[in-house]
Design a protein around this ligand. Structure first.
Ligand code: NAI
Length: 216
């Protein structure tokens, strides 16, 4: 499977998209696919696909193309989706509840074990079957449960302090929705998700399109 060499961030960023396309191909009964066909579907050049997949030993065979299920499973392993990842969510507001309600994360191996919120009125409530706890219970819960990922769904004020508490309890992976940089030690993995930045990129494209139309 995967060698020891470091894989570029750009490739890693593209892997979930390969995974999604391969999942769709499997659902529609496709057993093998050439890099050319995959390229047509994904709007990525065939050479880019070959280059990307060569990082992991290729998986393809000359004249045969790629075995869809094998490639899907191997990319899943590279992404760690063959393992279970226990998660907690900090913040039981709109966003925290939406994350907790999304059952598909579980299908991918991401299992939310608890939600924490500073509002004591939410304590004891459940989102699906996931319980909301008080922030005072955080350290005890983390000491007694194997949790790998913490999702931060709270405002930026407070996010840095909470992130530090999580790190002090041994959390090494933070899925950060709070609008702030967390500046944590290097061995803590932070994945920032900012939907508004994505919207701003869309807005930029709308702007550019309108400008192009106006000069025509
Ligand atoms: P909300 O107001 O519905 O919920 C926030 C919850 O966090 C509340 O239940 C509150 O009691 C709790 N909370 C606040 N400070 C806390 C702390 N220090 N410790 C524990 N719990 C705390 O807000 P919503 O809509 O759920 O959004 C939450 C945050 O996520 C907002 O600050 C928002 O800016 C951000 N957000 C980020 C997005 C992104 O794409 N990155 C998208 C949507 C929201």
């Amino acid at each position: 499977m995967v060698g020891e060499k470091a894989i570029s961030k750009a490739v890693i960023k593209r892997l979930p998209r390969y995974y999604r396309y391969l999942s769709e191909l499997m659902d529609s009964g496709v057993e093998r696919i050439s890099s050319g066909e995959l390229s047509g579907r994904m709007h990525v050049t065939a050479s880019q696909i070959r280059q990307d997949l060569n990082n992991f030993g290729g998986f393809g065979q000359q004249g045969y193309g790629y075995n869809v299920q094998y490639l899907y499973e191997e990319i899943g392993k590279i992404l760690g989706l063959d393992k279970r990842h226990n998660m907690i969510i900090i913040g039981a507001g709109n966003l925290g509840q939406a994350l907790a309600n999304y059952e598909n994360f579980e299908a991918r191996g991401f299992v939310t074990k608890a939600i924490f919120d500073k509002n004591p009125e939410l304590s004891g409530k459940k989102v699906r079957d996931i319980q909301v706890y008080k922030m005072e219970e955080l350290e005890g819960f983390l000491a007694n449960n194997e949790i790998e990922i913490a999702a931060l769904a709270i405002p930026k004020t407070g996010a840095i302090v909470v992130a530090q508490r999580l790190v002090n309890c041994g959390i090494k992976a933070i899925w950060n929705f709070a609008h702030t940089d967390l500046n944590l030690p290097k061995d803590v993995m932070v994945e920032n998700v900012h939907l508004s930045e994505s919207l701003m990129r869309l807005s930029y494209n709308i702007n550019r399109h309108e400008m192009e139309q106006s000069v025509k």
